[in-house]
Design a protein around this ligand. Sequence first.
Ligand SMILES: [Zn+2]
Ligand SMILES: [Zn+2]
Ligand SMILES: [Zn+2]
Ligand SMILES: [Zn+2]
Length: 201
Amino acid sequence: MKLKHFAFLASVVLLAACGGGKLEGDVRFIGFAPVTSKDKDVRAIETRCPYCGDPIEVDTPRHKAKKSCNNDIKWSDKYNCPSCQGTGRCAACTQMEQANGDCYNCKGQGVLIYAGQSPECPNCKGAKKCPSCKGSQKCDYCNGEGKLAKEFVKAKAAKFVGGRSEEGLPDSDPREPVKKDEAKDAKEEPKKEPAKEEEKK
Ligand SMILES: [Zn+2]
Ligand SMILES: [Zn+2]
Ligand SMILES: [Zn+2]
Ligand SMILES: [Zn+2]
C-alpha cells in the first residue's frame, strides 16, 4: 500500500514539473450517452486552443498556425470518460437500472407479453440485453476503461477541428495589404529638421 501511494505522488510531481507555464488543451465533451435504443448518440468532442479558443488538433505542441497566438499547449494522455464519469460502467445500465445488463424494457425476456400476445421488445430488438453494452455492462464509449486515450479524443474531434478551419482564419489571410503601410512610414521619417544646430553658432 505504501509503495503504491509513493508511486502515485511521484507521478503527480513529475506531471507538475513537466507542465511549466503551459496551459492544458481545452477538451470539451458534448452530449450524453444514449440510454435506450430510441436515443440518438449525439456525443461529440471539441478540442480548442486554451489561449485563443480556436479549434485545434489534440497534441498540437504550439499554436503555430495562428501567428497572433503561437502559445505552447500541453495535452493529457488520458481523459476521464464523460459517459460513465470514469467508472467504466455502462451509462444505460446505470440509469435504467438494468441488472446484469438485461434490457430494462422486457426485463431480459426479449419479448413483451400482454393481452395474450408477445411482440418483440423494441428496445433490445429481441436480443434481451442492453442495446448499449450488449449485456457486458461496460461503458460503450471507453470500453469499460473509465478513461479515454488521447488518440480516441483526437479521432472524435477531427470533424470539429477540420470543419472549422475551412471557414477561414482571418489572422493568416495572405490578401491583407500590410506592406504598403510599412513603406509609407519609412518615407515619412527623414522629415525631422535639425533646427537646434543653429543655436550653437
Ligand atoms: Zn491559440
Ligand atoms: Zn466510459
Ligand atoms: Zn448496458
Ligand atoms: Zn428488451
